[in-house]
Design a protein. Sequence first.
Length: 374
Amino acid sequence: MTLTVRQKIFVCMGLLVLVIGGSHAITNQVYMGSLFDQFRKEEINAAFLNASPGDQVEILKTYVLGKMEFFWLGKWVFFLATGLFFSLWISGVLTLPLRKLIAAIERVAQGDLEVNVPVQSKDEYGKVIQTFNDMTLRLREAEDARRRLVADVAHELRTPLSIMQLKLENAQQAGQYVPPEMLLRLHDEVIRLSLLVEDLHVLSLAEAGRLALDRKPLDLTARLKQIVEDVKMEADENGLEIHLSSNTGPVTVMADPRRITQVFINLLTNAIRYTPEHGKISVEIEDKVMFRNTVYARVSVIDTGIGIAAEDLPHLFDRFYRVEKARSRHTGGTGLGLSIAHHFVRAHGGFIHVASQPNQGTIFTVYLPLGNHP
């Protein structure tokens, strides 16, 4: 049975009372026995025996009280010292985990995030230490993510800037007329930079919970039909079949139409990009799906593409994450699309689930809460 800190203190104080009480009883019994033996040897004489019973009692009383004064004084000093020593020992034992935790906190305050305090109990101290260890783990993950983000942003910005710099330097050194084709190439890189900066800005707002949403009743079925029509031309160019299926009528959710459109554009664009020719992409919508006591609209984007390995799935919604060479910078964009989709859906109170196997396709499932809408 696991005891709480309060129960441990109660048990320790009970042991202290038991020890002091037992010591008191034993010392009293032993001392009183020796005292009467000493009285028999020292005071029982002819004068004591010839005294009246009342005087004998007074003689015994005076003798015992006189001896007990020093006994009680010594006993109280002993008990006081024992109590203080026991209390000091108990307080040291009970506060040892806290002292270890304080030392670890001081190390974290100095910037050392590689701190892990051993959890040696299941009481309140153990829970606090476990929470502290979880916190330092999250801090390490956040620091690693920050470093990766800085490196990734630097990498993403370096390529278009290098291209622009090279083109401009060549034009400057040549001292010749700049053809429109070169300006068009430079303009494409400027657009790429602008989109990257805008995506990073929107993603930062979403992660901080500061993304402004213009929620309004949205017919999700009609919006998905329009999105499928918008990407159908790109799918046809890649030799892919794409269609929307629904077993229900209009599905109304409270959502920001622009943000939700971006979610499904990102998912369908990925499906088109990573599905080989003659493949199929299906968009399925379901109404009133129960999950953990909440009613959702469920939209599944199903492709017959190259799939995703199991070890990559947990990182799929991380910023700038790409899967192997198949999802390179040139074929996979900036690596922000899925992360943005993930945070947009979370901002609406929903979530995204992904299931995939290599060479067997991928299913992205978006859950959006229906709320009070029928």
